[in-house]
Write a protein that binds this ligand. Structure first.
Ligand SMILES: Cc1ncc(COP(=O)(O)O)c(C=O)c1O
Length: 402
């Protein structure tokens, strides 16, 4: 079985629906191949000898269903190849381990997902790999941090949770000029909004748990990029074991088929909520890429012009007020994830970023009262009504305290 390379002549929506799919007896969807192993043949031995990639032999390595979603992601990101994992963190850790050895150095950003921050600051240093943190908004700070032993420049398209936008073209250029591997986590933008490899990045990563899955019913991850780079990641995945289960891949394929249909609603709902929040007196600051007040507004229009459903705001009264607001919501759900059809809300300080030191969080902009929202595809007026009454309750509690 080979990776489908049918994506060049199709548009995004068609690729989302059709790319990668394997029909059996004319089935309209890829069936679940519920098997842990596959009969070995001369052809498979040959594939094995050549490095196994895209030769399906054992489901801890890859499966028919994992091949299907990998091909679909490669089509959506417009990359030569892709590999799926059991989670976003499995994709990130396997990718970094694939290119780093003791004594190497990485330039990254503290403005990143909390799990990634932990990997960069706890696990890599323990393995003798140095990490320097640079400013995601200032490509020259990445350049200044490069050392003799630097191997990788690492960033996020839109950072978690402060929604800063990285000038991907500038970072990719610095990596190219210095012979480094550029890696970007594109989870918050999704391939619908941004294709970092087209801007010169070598490897794009995703938590498939979010927009790609889209229904809060699975965990998954992806690495995509040039064939030789993905082959190296695949080789390491065999030993590290973060393979994606066939049943999960079935759900992921189903989710990815509607990515282009869901994302415009996420983007327009969140832009509308951002606009309404701006004029509420309980709100100190709103962060959304559709607002000209976003510090990276111009870069965002270039890097991820379609936007996404991610929104953040700072509520008056600090974290107590934020908690009051969240707990007063009825439709919107307090949970630490994003990208599903349902709207979710969290405070990074006690969830996604609780293990990031407070000083690092504050420096990044996660100030007291910071609320992160993943706006879903419900009716926007219902969402606003829910938020409005919860803001009222937080306001009453603040007045009672004064
Ligand atoms: C930007 C980003 N990258 C990676 C991850 C990790 O993904 P997963 O939870 O699927 O391991 C997350 C999780 O929230 C995330 O927000």
């Amino acid at each position: 079985m080979g990776m489908a390379t049918d994506h060049e002549d199709r548009r995004f929506a068609t690729k989302a629906v059709h790319s990668g799919m394997i029909d059996v007896e004319g089935s309209a969807t890829t069936p679940i191949f519920r098997t842990s192993t596959y009969r070995l043949t001369d052809e498979k031995y040959q594939g094995w000898a050549e490095g196994l990639h895209h030769t399906v032999v054992y489901s801890r390595i890859s499966s028919i269903n994992s091949e299907v979603v990998s091909a679909k992601l490669a089509a959506l990101e417009d990359t030569e190849d892709a590999e799926v994992f059991s989670s976003g963190m499995a994709a990130i850790s396997t990718t970094l381990m694939s290119f780093l050895s003791k004594g190497d150095h990485v330039v990254a950003t503290p403005d990143c997902y909390g799990g990634t921050y932990g990997l960069l600051t706890e696990i890599l240093p323990r393995m003798g790999i140095e990490v320097t943190m640079a400013d995601v908004r200032d490509p020259s700070s990445y350049e200044a941090a490069i050392q003799e032993n630097t191997k990788i420049l690492y960033t996020e398209t839109m950072t978690n949770p402060t929604l800063k936008i990285c000038d991907l073209g500038a970072i990719a250029e610095i990596a190219r000029e210095n012979g480094l591997i550029s890696i970007v986590d594109n989870t918050f933008a999704s391939p619908w909004s941004c294709n970092p490899v087209k801007m010169g990045f070598d490897i794009v990563l995703h938590s498939g748990t979010k927009y790609l899955g889209g229904h809060a019913d699975l965990t998954a991850g992806f690495a995509a990029g040039r064939k030789d780079l993905i082959a190296q990641i695949f080789h390491n995945k065999i030993y590290l074991g973060g393979a994606a289960d066939p049943e999960m891949c079935y759900l992921l394929e189903r989710g990815m088929r509607t990515l282009h249909a869901r994302m415009p609603i996420h983007a327009s709902n969140s832009a509308e909520i951002a606009k309404r929040l701006q004029s509420h007196d309980m709100v100190e600051k709103v962060i959304h890429t559709s607002l000209e007040s976003h510090p990276d507004y111009d870069i965002a229009q270039r890097v991820m012009p379609n936007g996404s459903g991610m929104l953040a705001f700072v509520i008056k009264g600090g974290d107590n007020s934020a908690l009051k607001f969240m707990r007063a919501l009825n439709t919107i759900f307090e949970a630490t994830s994003l990208g599903g059809v349902e709207s979710l809300v969290e405070c990074p300080f006690n969830s996604s970023h609780m293990f990031v030191p407070e000083s690092v969080r504050h420096e990044a902009g996660v100030v007291p009262g910071f609320v992160r929202m993943s706006i879903g595809i419900e009716d926007v007026d219902d969402l606003w009504a829910d938020m409005f009454q919860a803001l009222d309750k937080a306001s009453e509690a603040l007045k009672a305290k004064a």
